[in-house]
Write a protein that binds this ligand. Structure first.
Ligand code: MN
Length: 259
């Protein structure tokens, strides 16, 4: 069992009427979901997603985390079929979880669908681990767009993958080394649409306490305009492997389809 320090914060912001972001932080699994669609649909989809993940009882392997995401996808679609008012609802989902050690080595699992993000702060450096499943993210990865052009692209927010919408969902998944001192951030797009990665890194470095860091990030995004709901969950790895300069990612499984 890896030990974590953690805290999360979320805000509706001054522009939106309701908060359709949801988060989960239960001591071994951490998630952010950003719901979309309909009158109430977005918040229902996001709530179903985090509720499905909350059912875990300790994860032996990355596949079990991916299976939970698929279960959430199926549950959202079933609910959307059952209630016409919820038709078309969907959500992003980004999660980080403790996995049982492999070969005596502590490890973590991560999953992502959509444009919420998982970052890791190691030392002074902030790296985005997840890929954004939106138009500009796909174009950047295809080499068709650079980051400066992406920031002002009219379709930058259009999602290419979400949970609960199409019949099949592709889930990106990672197995990570659990390295003591790593600070992870899970957040909705309402954070990084308002403040730069450099500003995010600065807030993460300036606030030792993870709950204070999460609150400070949300406050910064609101001060910068708060055009969308904002959610941040900050997770510190308190034990685990000694830092040795090798990377966090043991294995990446982009867009794994049904097993
Ligand atoms: Mn959002």
């Amino acid at each position: 069992m890896t030990a974590f320090g953690y805290g999360a914060a979320s805000a509706t912001g001054p522009v939106r009427d309701i908060n359709q972001d949801r988060w989960l932080a239960d001591g071994s699994l951490f998630a952010v979901a950003d719901g979309l669609g309909g009158h109430q649909g977005g918040e229902v989809a996001a709530a179903i997603a985090v509720d499905e993940l909350a059912r875990h009882e300790g994860l032996a392997a990355l596949d079990q985390l991916v299976d939970l995401v698929r279960a959430a996808h199926t549950a959202i679609r079933a609910e959307a079929r059952a209630d016409r008012a919820l038709a078309g609802m969907c959500t992003t989902l980004c999660a980080l979880a403790d996995l049982a050690p492999a070969g005596g080595k502590p490890r973590l699992g991560a999953v992502n669908v959509g444009d919420s993000r998982l970052y890791a702060l190691t030392g002074a450096e902030l790296d985005q681990i997840s890929d954004d499943h939106n138009m500009v993210g796909e174009m950047i990865r295809a080499g068709q767009l650079d980051r400066a052009a992406a920031a002002v692209h009219p379709d930058r927010n259009r999602l290419t993958r979400v949970l609960g919408f199409e019949p099949e969902v592709l889930v990106d998944a990672w197995e990570l080394r659990a390295v003591r001192g790593t600070r992870f951030l899970l957040c909705s797009d309402g954070l990084f649409s308002e403040i730069t990665d450099a500003a995010i890194a600065g807030v993460l470095r300036d606030n030792d306490d993870p709950a204070a860091a999460a609150r400070a990030l949300v406050d910064e995004a609101i001060r910068a305009g708060g055009h969308d709901n904002v959610t941040a969950a900050v997770v510190d790895v308190l034990d685990g492997l000694e830092p040795d300069g090798s990377g966090l990612v043991l294995a990446a499984r982009p867009g794994a389809g049904p097993a």
